[in-house]
Write a protein that binds this ligand. Structure first.
Ligand SMILES: *Cc1c(COP(=O)(O)O)cnc(C)c1O
Length: 232
């Protein structure tokens, strides 16, 4: 039987609580982003009504109508690959960018954020699994990348983001999530950023409990939380 939105929220909440308990973490350390790319404007409105404050979209073209109608009601996260020529559309609208993966993008974010007199909170996307099909910097190049962008004063690097390969058994994603946490800890040991990096954006519908056990501070949940229009 298909669950209602309230039912899904309750179920996810219970599973987050359980994953935190299993790993000795406090529930307050984990925030859920409702990924609304598969659902309508009406559903995004219901999601905000239900008290979920963080909304994630991965393409500006798909997010535009939703943002224009509801942008002032939540905190918006850009979670998809960001083309440099789309930066102008998302700066000032999305408070968090989860997909910084190259210097040219950092420079454009800096430029547009400076023009808007705003800071932008970013996660550096890292390709921990090493799959060709995934965006993200190879882990070994992240320290130099962070040093290169350190002078871009509008860019606040708060965390790292990764995507794990889809696995039938979510347990198999654990090394990917653990790898991102270890990279964060190593970067902080090296002290490559002025402020320590605290956030880890990792875990989706299929694998968020494992990600939480490995230290996720933001989970990005589409299907399991807000559903997938057509057939959910
Ligand atoms: C679509 C998407 C999600 C959410 O996907 P689900 O599996 O439906 O939870 C999370 N992160 C990114 C980057 C996405 O593109």
């Amino acid at each position: 039987m298909a669950l209602t939105l309230q039912g899904r929220i309750a179920e996810v909440e219970e599973r987050i609580i359980r994953a935190c308990a299993a790993s000795g973490r406090d529930r307050s350390e984990v925030k859920a982003i409702a990924v609304t790319k598969y659902v309508s404007l009406e559903m995004v409105s219901s999601v905000l009504d239900a008290g979920l404050m963080h909304v994630g979209e991965n393409r500006w073209q798909d997010a535009e109508l939703k943002w224009k109608a509801l942008g002032d009601r939540g905190t918006w996260h850009f979670i998809g690959h960001l083309q440099t020529n789309k930066v102008k559309d998302v700066i000032g609208k999305f408070q968090y960018i989860h997909s910084l993966d190259r210097l040219s993008l950092a420079r454009e974010l800096q430029k547009k954020a400076a023009a808007a007199e705003q800071d932008v909170h970013v996660f550096v996307q890292v390709n921990i699994s090493g799959e060709d099909t995934k965006y993200g910097l190879p882990p070994g190049s992240v320290p130099d990348f962070l040093r290169e962008i350190a002078g871009l004063d509008r860019i606040k690097v708060i965390g790292l983001m990764t995507m794990a390969p889809f696995e039938g058994d979510p347990e198999l994603t654990r090394p990917v999530f653990r790898g991102l946490r270890e990279l964060r800890d190593e970067l902080n040991r090296l002290g490559v950023t002025k402020e320590p990096i605290t956030e880890l954006s990792m875990g989706m519908s299929n694998d968020y409990e494992v990600a939480i056990q490995e230290g996720a501070t933001w989970v990005r949940l589409g299907t399991v939380l807000v559903g997938h229009e057509e057939g959910s």
